[in-house]
Design a protein around this ligand. Structure first.
Ligand code: FES
Length: 101
C-alpha cells in the first residue's frame, strides 16, 4: 500500500470523475458532493473505463454494457458485471487528495 497524491481537491468539481493510474492500477476517483471516493476504473465485465461512463447519484454506469457500480463501496448494482470493483481509501490533506493503493 502506498499513499499517492493524485489531484488537488480544488480541481475536482462536485460529481466529477477522474481516471488515475497508480503503478499498474487503474482507479476511478469521484467527488461525490464534496466527499471523495475511489474504486477500480476498469469494469469487471469487459474492462471498459468507468470514468468514461455516467455518474448517477452514487452510482457509475459503464459506457459499454451499462453495468452499474456503487462508487462508495465498489459493489455491483446492476449487471452484466458480477464482480465488485476494488475500493481504495481516499485522504484529503492540505487540499490535496491521496489514494491508498
Ligand atoms: S465492459 Fe462494463 S458493462 Fe461490459
Amino acid at each position: 500500500m502506498t499513499l499517492v497524491n493524485v489531484a488537488l481537491a480544488a480541481d475536482m468539481k462536485p460529481n466529477q470523475m477522474k481516471a488515475v493510474k497508480i503503478n499498474d492500477k487503474s482507479i476511478l476517483l469521484v467527488n461525490l458532493e464534496g466527499a471523495y471516493y475511489a474504486i477500480g476504473d476498469k469494469c469487471t465485465h469487459r474492462g471498459c473505463s468507468l470514468s468514461k461512463g455516467k455518474l448517477e447519484g452514487e452510482m457509475v454506469q459503464c459506457p459499454c454494457h451499462k453495468s452499474k457500480f456503487n462508487v462508495k463501496t465498489g459493489e455491483v448494482v446492476g449487471g452484466p458485471a458480477k464482480a465488485a470493483e476494488p475500493k481504495y481509501e481516499v485522504k484529503v490533506e492540505d487540499g490535496k487528495l491521496f489514494i491508498n493503493a
